[in-house]
Design a protein around this ligand. Sequence first.
Ligand code: SF4
Length: 93
Amino acid sequence: MATETWEWGWQWRAACRGEDAGLFFPPSRFEPKAERIVREGKAKIICAVCPVRMECLEYAVRTREIHGVWGGLNEAERRALLRDRPLDLRLVD
Ligand code: SF4
């Protein structure tokens, strides 16, 4: 999810610019699983056509973003990605 600080050039081309950030991040209240799946599904539809998806995912993995949908993956999916990477790649930041 592109933040509002715009410190990375790729964010200017993000498909989520102007979209509801609430699709990409969980609410501050408890979110039932069914609601989370629908919310994340809507976010992932936007990510699927995003021209900077790989840049976004790489950023989120490198900075260990713990919340939200980035690069089309939610928190658990990014953790699984990190867990499944070879050890030498986990050490590269
Ligand atoms: S991949 Fe998704 S979260 Fe990342 S910039 Fe694109 S639309 Fe936003």
